[in-house]
Every structure is written in C-alpha cells, then in structure tokens.
Design a protein around this ligand. Structure first.
Ligand code: GLP
Length: 286
C-alpha cells in the first residue's frame, strides 16, 4: 500500500484523474472500475475537462461500477447509473454499451450478481479500480463484516451508510435498504486500486484503514493485502495518520511518481499557491 497526501481536495482529485488519464492513454482498451459519491465528482469533472481540452479518448475503454441500489431504475435521479451518466458517461466519448453497472431492478438478483462477475471476467478483469470510502470504512457497499473473499452480491445497508447517503434522497423513507455491490474479493482481484478520500470526516476511518489491524469490520483494511493499492488523500483526510512523514518521503522518492510530481498544476489553498509556501501570490486562473 502507498499513501499519497496532497495539499487539498482539488489537488488530490486532480492526481487521481491524471493517473487514470495516463493509464487510458497507455492502454485505450483499459477496463476501469468506477465509484460514486461526492468525493468522485471532482475526479469526473477533471476527466471531462481533459476530454474536452486534451482529447482524452474513452472510445474503446470499458467500465464497471462498484455498486447500485436495489429497487432504483437506471433513470431514477438517485441511481448510480444516473450519477455516472450525468458526471461522466454523457460528457465524454464513451460507448454506453461498454459501461456497466449492476441492475438494481433485476427480477433475479443473485443471477444478476453472478452475471456481473461473469461480465467482468469476460472483459479480462478490472485493470484500475477507483474507490471511495464510507464513514464506516466500506468499499462499494461492503458493509462491516463483509467477507474478504466475497463476490458481487446483495448487501443490507447499515444505519451509518443510510444516514451518510440520506442528504441525497428527498426523504428518509426513500433511501433504499439494499444494494448490489462488488465483493471485497472482487475488489482485491483488480490489478490496481486507487482510493480517494478527502475531508476531515474521513480522517479517523482512513487512519484505521491504513494503520489499523486488518478486520472485516472495516472493509477498507482489506486493501492492506492488495499488491498494488494507492490511497490518495488531502491533508485533512490524512490528518490522523501517525506516519505521514514517511508517506511523504516515499512519494517524493518513488521514481514512478516523477511525472506526476513535476507536472502537478498549481493547487489552491485559500487563493494561494499551495506547493511552494515561500511564494505566496494569489492564483489568477487554474
Ligand atoms: C457510497 C458508495 C461508496 C462511496 C461512498 C463515499 O456509499 N457506495 O462507493 O465510497 O458513498 O461517498 P462520499 O464520497 O460521498 O463520501
């Protein structure tokens, strides 16, 4: 596991987007695993910008999302299909036929889950999986006690998760109780995982995920077992980590990060350039 701490949320999301863009340019038929949530919106906005301004090409890539609510149709405003269409798919040149989310309206949910696993395998597995983290440490909707060998299946949403996602729904009774989610085992099979977490409300769970004991009570601790996993954080999300100096040192010295360190665009903190505190002049345009 690697931990990269950027000065602010914009810089963290920008780094995630640039890693995805780099992989997409090197492997146009990339199989991308995608995530939803507020945190990801900045990543998708940056990818859309790269598509418009730099011609980032999505035409032959394939995508699989982590999860979908049971009982919400694809055109429901709170479905993850709707989220993905709005934030990414309809804004870039992706072929919608190559975009996949579980069908939360499927009549036979276990068959839908098995079919989703089969589709991922038929596409050669997921090359790069983007992940967020819930406040209880879930990945996708792998709620506490999800088995580390679990595959795509239906999970009951915990009270913490329902409360966390409540602001997105018009009323508390309308929050689904269940979701289809890729399993922890399905996620661990992805060739590379990148988890993005920003904001102070993620600081405690990020510290437990990175530096705490591995436990199925916190699905994200399973990532400690993954051979190629990077957590990209802003400073607030990384603020409860005990070993952040070490993580900074690794990032500064890891040759593979070279193009990403030097090419980092100016990031804003309260209107000032963030990367060089000695040159505090207002940022005019980013
Ligand atoms: C939902 C998704 C997760 C995501 C989480 C974080 O629960 N199923 O995949 O990681 O939201 O959301 P946010 O970025 O809004 O904190």
């Amino acid at each position: 596991m690697e931990v990269v701490i950027r000065p602010n949320a914009d810089a963290a999301a920008d780094l995630v987007a640039r890693v995805i863009a780099h992989e997409l340019r090197s492997h146009p038929r990339l199989v991308l695993g995608l995530a939803t949530g507020n945190t990801m919106e900045a990543v998708y906005a940056r990818l859309v910008q790269m598509h418009r301004e730099e011609g980032l090409d999505f035409s032959v890539c394939r995508t699989f999302n982590l999860d979908e609510y049971v009982g919400l149709s694809s055109n429901h405003a709170n479905s993850y299909r709707h989220y993905m269409n709005q934030h990414l798919f309809l804004q870039v040149n992706i072929d919608l036929q190559n975009t996949h989310l579980p069908d939360g309206m499927a009549a036979n949910l276990p068959a839908e889950c098995a079919n989703y696993e089969r589709l991922i395998a038929e596409n050669g597995g997921i090359d790069l999986q983007l992940l967020g983290i819930g406040q209880n440490g879930h990945l996708g909707f792998n709620e506490p006690l999800s088995a580390f060998r679990s595959r795509t299946r239906v999970k009951i949403l915990s009270p913490v998760t329902r409360a966390q996602n409540a602001p997105l729904f018009p009323g508390p009774d309308l929050i689904p109780h269940r979701a289809i989610t890729m399993g922890v085992g399905s996620i661990l099979d992805c060739r590379r995982c990148i988890l993005l977490a920003t904001g102070e409300e993620k600081a405690a769970i990020v510290a437990r995920a990175v530096e705490g004991p591995i436990t199925s009570m916190i699905s994200a601790t399973a990532l400690q077992l993954h051979p190629d996993c990077t957590l990209i954080l802003d400073e607030t999300a990384g603020s409860q980590l005990k070993e952040s100096d070490y993580y900074h040192w690794v990032f500064e010295n890891q040759p593979e990060w070279e193009p990403f360190r030097t090419a980092a665009p100016a990031a804003k903190i309260n209107g000032f350039q963030a990367r060089n505190p000695s040159v505090k002049k207002p940022v005019e345009a980013v």
